[in-house]
Design a protein around this ligand. Structure first.
Ligand code: NAD
Ligand code: TYD
Length: 360
């Protein structure tokens, strides 16, 4: 039975990936999920899989060499899918160091432990072992408003401490591939949205605030562009790259779905108005009057857009969920998981929110 070691599986994309993999492969794979359970990691995201015999959760920090090498020593790991990271740009602007620690040092530890476990005495690696590093399109920097796309050949030009730390981790993976022929891939994906996303990110923050009639903070002129992908399509891409991609290659993942932030906010408001029942008291709260332009993010990248030609041609991946369907699925999920939202926004989140958005 093939064994996957997933890092950061209690976060947004990791938990969607684990659900996707169990739906697809059932009992024919085993998943070990290593997560440190930071503010972004929530074991509740995986409560429907935690009783499976082919699922194991290990609470550990990816920077902890001993803990990670013990996971490799005690299990015959075939695939690593490395999600664990600090992932929020605004937090990286306030406190860059933790991003360097987790994203760079943590990735170095993961690479070293996998290398040590998979290395053969006479050189080379055991057969059919693969490491996939999950990265972002933000490593390529920012595009002009009126054109261009990120290709796998686009030079790295990260701007935020978050994207700089992810770029550094990508470079480490590339160095392992070049130096040791370490069996790996990198995927650089555009912005994800969907169930289980922590409400510090644009889409769940806007949904959560709108349902409470709170202000909807839009940075700068609201015209920055992101290329949005439904999270399940990302999970599928990661699996397909490990199954069908060429080793040592990088694949960009995105679905040509560029939207200005203000369009996203307007779409959420309109969709909420359509989806809320006539007699739902929240319906009266959700209006465009809530939109509030606030101070711009420092160094705010203007536009991201992925050219997914390579993953289409070589791997046969296509996104399946159109934005108009994905956003309804996402809003429906948040409707049905009010308790999840209450739990994650109690305590620390309020403090973060008040500081970040200058709420007195
Ligand atoms: P997230 O913040 O929701 O989850 C991160 C997870 O990693 C959490 O469960 C957290 O507890 C865990 N973690 C953090 N530090 C850790 C440590 N030191 N040791 C072990 N676990 C630790 O992030 P996400 O949005 O799910 O992103 C996952 C990955 O995908 C990241 O590498 C991110 O850079 C990349 N990515 C994200 C997006 C996006 O739109 N969210 C797009 C492209 C790529
Ligand atoms: P975010 O979800 O933080 O993702 P990223 O910065 O990694 O792209 O932000 C998406 C876009 O939305 C980005 O241009 C910043 C903007 N934004 C707002 O306008 N208001 C907000 O409150 C947040 C969190 C983001």
């Amino acid at each position: 039975m093939r064994t996957y070691l997933v890092t950061g599986g209690c976060g947004f994309i990791g938990s969607n990936y684990i659900h996707y993999m169990f739906r697809k492969y059932g009992d024919s794979i085993r998943i070990i999920n290593v997560d440190a359970l930071t503010y972004a990691g929530n074991p509740e995201n995986l409560k429907d899989v935690e009783k499976r015999e082919n699922y194991t959760f290990i609470k550990a920090d990816i920077c902890d060499k001993e803990a990670i090498s013990a996971v490799f020593a005690q299990n015959d790991i075939d695939r690593v899918v490395h999600f664990a990271a600090e992932s929020h740009v605004d937090r990286s602007i306030k406190d860059p160091e933790i991003f360097v620690r987790t994203n760079v040092l943590g990735t170095a530890v993961m690479l070293n432990c996998a290398k040590a476990a998979w290395e053969l005495e006479g050189g080379g690696f055991q057969e059919d072992k693969k490491f996939l590093h999950v990265s972002t399109d933000e490593v390529y920097g920012s595009l002009e408003e009126d054109g261009g796309y990120f290709y796998e050949t686009t030079p790295y030009a990260p701007h935020s401490p978050y994207s700089a730390s992810k770029a550094s981790s990508d470079m480490l993976v590339k160095a392992y591939m070049d130096t040791y022929k370490f069996p790996a891939n990198i995927t650089n994906c555009s912005n994800n949205y969907g169930p289980y996303q922590f409400p510090e990110k644009l889409i769940p923050l806007i949904i959560n605030n709108a349902l409470q009639g709170k202000k909807l903070p839009v940075y700068g002129d609201g015209r920055n562009v992101r290329d949005w992908l439904y999270v399940e399509d990302h999970a599928k891409a990661i699996d397909m790259v490990q199954e069908k991609g060429r080793l040592f290659e990088t694949y960009n993942v995105g679905g040509h779905n560029e939207k200005q932030n203000i369009e996203i906010v307007n779409t959420i408001i309109e969709t909420l108005q359509e989806m809320l029942a006539e007699d739902d008291p929240r319906r009266a709260l959700v209006t465009k009057e809530l939109i509030t332009y606030v101070e711009d993010r420092k160094g705010h990248d203007r536009r991201y857009a992925i050219a997914p030609d390579k993953i289409r041609a070589e791997v046969g991946w296509e996104p399946e969920t159109m934005f108009r369907d994905g956003i309804r699925l996402t809003i429906q999920w948040y409707f049905e998981h009010g308790d999840w939202m209450k739990n994650v926004t109690s305590g620390e989140y309020q403090k973060y929110y008040n500081e970040m958005y200058h709420v007195k």
